[in-house]
Design a protein around this ligand. Structure first.
Ligand code: ZN
Length: 137
């Protein structure tokens, strides 16, 4: 029987937004002090979820390591910044997709907590209060 390694070659849903960046196809005229775009922020979240260092992320984006560090610090201070990006999608009545890894959770709050666990230090995501957070309309 043939061995398949689908999970190793299949990319997460966010890939459609970040493939260009991961493949190194970035316009070199990007200004190093330029603010991060939505695609670049998604790439940072994806890379953080795979334990890339700030330095490796900065090299890939042609950005300053400080820019990456500041964005990560902003997320620590205000994790809801993460949710302003297209990191989740409702795929059925009781299924919310994590675009960073492709897993689903049965509610918006659960997928939010799951996504925060990708980008925050261990333990921190669980401790964050999601009180007042509502499903987007
Ligand atoms: Zn995930």
């Amino acid at each position: 029987m043939a061995v398949t390694a689908v999970y190793q070659t299949e990319h997460p849903p966010v890939w459609s937004d970040i493939a260009r960046i991961v493949n190194g196809d970035i316009p070199l005229k990007r200004h190093r002090n330029q603010a991060l775009s939505i695609e670049e922020k998604l790439f940072v979240l994806w890379a953080v979820s795979r334990e890339w260092t700030d330095y490796a992320i900065a090299i890939t984006l042609h950005a300053k390591p400080d820019t990456i560090r500041r964005y990560r610090e902003a997320i620590f201070e205000n994790p809801s910044l993460t949710l302003a990006l297209p990191v989740t999608k409702q795929v059925s009545k009781r299924e919310w997709l994590c675009r960073l890894c492709g897993e689903t959770r049965p509610s918006y709050l659960r997928v939010v907590r799951h996504i925060l666990a990708h980008v925050l230090p261990e333990g921190m995501a669980r401790a964050i209060s999601l009180e007042g957070l509502r499903e987007p309309l």
